[in-house]
Design a protein around this ligand. Structure first.
Ligand code: MN
Length: 390
């Protein structure tokens, strides 16, 4: 279990102005409140809020969010009241913890009509302060990481709920690595056989295509340099659930699997993105129907990037995402970027009004639409926007 000073040091490493006293107070308070209670795997209960806080330090979130993470289960699971949290930690953290307590009381995968009502409450809780959702997503991530200790029925319920609601929400918030991990953990528990078959196939391809990621990266870097383009190039194998979903949609068998490498090219201006695209298309043949320009037409969540797929060396498909540094920050951290500690003068401020427009829009629809089924249908379509690297 992470020690008190380790957590504080982590926060101070990206935010030297963090309120150390607040973090220490929240740590001790939560540890005492959960004292004597154990999780299903036998660990002290406090290890859970601590891990949730640790996940949020990876997103470099502010000290109020980290303190909220430590306290997130205190009102729901122990005798502590909201008033006590307000009094001890102030109303900012008090209302964040309250938002989480309210979400926790929702049973999202109950019958459809109730699900809509739960979703409405969830949206209201997160529209008052989006940090509530950031903590909730980290909470869900840790619960999914430790799902093997739950009963089969609880695993099924949690994995379904995660795949239907929390993973798309993480994507909507721009927290791509959280989204991917939530999807892969759900995939593993909901569809164990395809999961096993696909991960085995990917392991086999990794051996057969050893060195291919480096090879593609080197060619791309060399060609871009020849064209006088300064670029940062990184590549990787796509994640199992993203690959599987595409296989389902396009009816691709494991034997035909080819679309598994994704590359990102980061350049300094939008103009350069188009020049880099030209370099990629003159190096390799492009795959028809796979070009998307989200720079001239951004997605509703402000995501901007150029996407294309080329037939790379060894006839493997290679998906390329080309964008600027600023666009990449939004793609990676979305709303979380706003709550990250910022170096003074580092810039990167974005318009809150635009960021949260989708949330307000969903609330409006919810009020206008009489039929819960219709609302749910629209909502799911809205959350299920074309993802990153798929
Ligand atoms: Mn929790």
């Amino acid at each position: 279990m992470m020690r008190q000073y380790e957590l504080t040091e982590r926060v101070l490493s990206y935010n030297p102005n963090a309120d150390e006293g607040l973090l220490n107070k929240a740590y001790v308070y939560a540890m005492k409140a959960h004292a004597g209670v154990k999780r299903n795997n036998g660990d002290p209960y406090f290890s859970h809020p601590l891990e949730v806080a640790a996940i949020l330090t990876e997103l470099k979130l502010d000290d109020a969010t980290i303190a909220t993470a430590l306290l997130h289960d205190v009102v729901e699971d122990t005798g502590v009241t909201k008033a006590e949290i307000d009094q001890t930690f102030g109303s900012e953290i008090g209302s964040l913890v309250d938002g989480l307590t309210k979400i926790m009381r929702l049973d999202l995968v109950s019958r459809k009509a109730q699900q809509v009502e739960s979703f409405r409450k969830l949206l209201i809780a997160i529209s008052s302060d989006v940090r509530v959702l950031l903590v909730k997503l980290a909470d869900r991530l840790h619960n999914m990481r430790t799902l093997q200790h739950n009963s089969p029925a609880s695993r099924q319920r949690n994995a379904e709920e995660t795949l239907e609601i929390y993973a798309p929400l993480a994507g909507r918030m721009g927290m791509q690595s959280v989204r991917e991990e939530l999807e892969d953990l759900s995939f593993k528990w909901l569809y164990p056989e395809p999961y096993e078959a696909l991960t085995a196939k990917l392991a086999e391809l990794r051996v057969r295509n050893a060195g291919i990621v480096e090879e593609i990266g080197n060619i791309l870097r060399a060609r871009l340099a020849e064209a006088g383009i300064k670029a940062e190039v990184s590549g990787r194998e796509k994640k199992p659930y993203a690959i599987w979903r595409k296989m389902q949609n396009k009816q691709i068998s494991l034997e035909q699997l080819s679309d598994i490498y994704g590359f990102r090219v980061i350049v300094d201006s939008s103009d350069t993105c188009y020049r880099a695209l030209g370099v990629a298309h003159s190096t390799w043949r492009s795959v028809p129907g796979r070009f998307k320009d989200y720079i001239s037409t951004p997605k509703q969540n402000n995501y901007q990037s150029i996407h294309t797929t080329v037939v790379g060396p060894r006839h493997q498909w290679v998906e390329l995402q080309i964008r600027t540094r600023d666009m990449d920050q939004i793609a990676e951290y979305g709303v979380a970027a706003h709550w990250r500690y910022k170096q003074p003068g580092a810039g990167g401020e974005t318009d809150d009004g635009q960021r949260f427009a989708w949330l307000r829009q969903m609330l409006e629809w919810q009020q206008q639409l009489q039929d819960p089924q219709e609302f749910l249908r629209i909502l799911q379509g809205y959350l299920d926007f074309a993802g990153i690297l798929r």
